[in-house]
Ligand binder design. Sequence first.
Ligand code: 5GP
Ligand code: MN
Length: 342
Amino acid sequence: MLTNQQKDELADFFSKKKKIALTTHINPDGDAMGSTIAMMHYLRAKGHDVTAIVPNKYPEFYGWIPGTSDLVIFEKNATTVKKVLAEADMIFSLDYNSIKRVGPMSNLLKVASGKKFLIDHHIDPEEGFDYYHHTTETTSTGQLVFRFIELMGDKALLSKEIAVALYVAIMTDTGSFSYAANYPETYHIVAELIEKGVDAEQVHRLVYDTFSENRLRLLGYAISERMLVWPHLHTAVIYLTKEDLKRFNYQVGDTEGVVNYPLSMDNVNLAVLITEKEKKIKLSFRSKGDFNVNLLSRNNFNGGGHKNAAGGQIYSDIPKTIETIKATLEPLKETLNYKLSY
Ligand code: 5GP
Ligand code: MN
């Protein structure tokens, strides 16, 4: 967390107009989008020259968040992004703990000379940043952004636009207040966001009730035709091939949330989604209770994340990936064998 000296330093830094770049992780989720957009509005309200960058295309169901149209997509505007990062006085890293999470933008970030500021809630953030506003004891980066605005003595700048973006961040990273949701502070913050004019039902509908027909049918197909259940491992796996995605006219974001469904079965403590991409297999892991998917992914699948939600990747094909996952889990089966109780 920030020291008092750093807070003073930052107050001094922000007292003059600065060029600021905001960055977030590849395949941005609701927390990445919400915390980046909220910071953009906040720092602009403070009078700075702010460019908010996402590495690649974001799902359309976040396109309605006020300010989204200002985001610069690196994949489409590499030259602009290169210049912005090179000239920035400060670069924020929002919702990721390691520079490699910005994908093909990583090198530009590494060589940039501006101050580096990490705001994040993933385990074990990488060294090398000038400032860290970090804890894992929170719902989301959005919640940390709220606290940062407060820390800088700027609660008066908290507008409806900022509140909506932060609400998206907190709502999506807690699965609508169903996991990582035991922090009383979160509900105090959410109460303030609603006081600022956030319509919680409307936000929920805009994010979750805007599926295309294809997306909903893909979800049904994934569960009915592409789900393997391994009762002795308390695990269920869903796999989607390139052909499956093509069949349902896959759009960015269409598989978001699919990985959560197997966890709705009793006795399933681990859910895995295997998605075949152009050059690799993307893995998503979710667990309920004690099983730590951050460690599972870090140790075996070139990824990481949080205790109950992590991602990874593997350069293989789908059948071999399924076998690898099974073989990796076999020796862990006792740690997967538990029942939630109250
Ligand atoms: P998802 O399964 O939704 O892609 O990711 C779940 C969580 O793990 C998110 O918090 C995401 O930021 C993190 N995550 C996803 N992929 C990776 C990865 O390759 N490396 C690390 N360190 N974290 C990841
Ligand atoms: Mn997050």
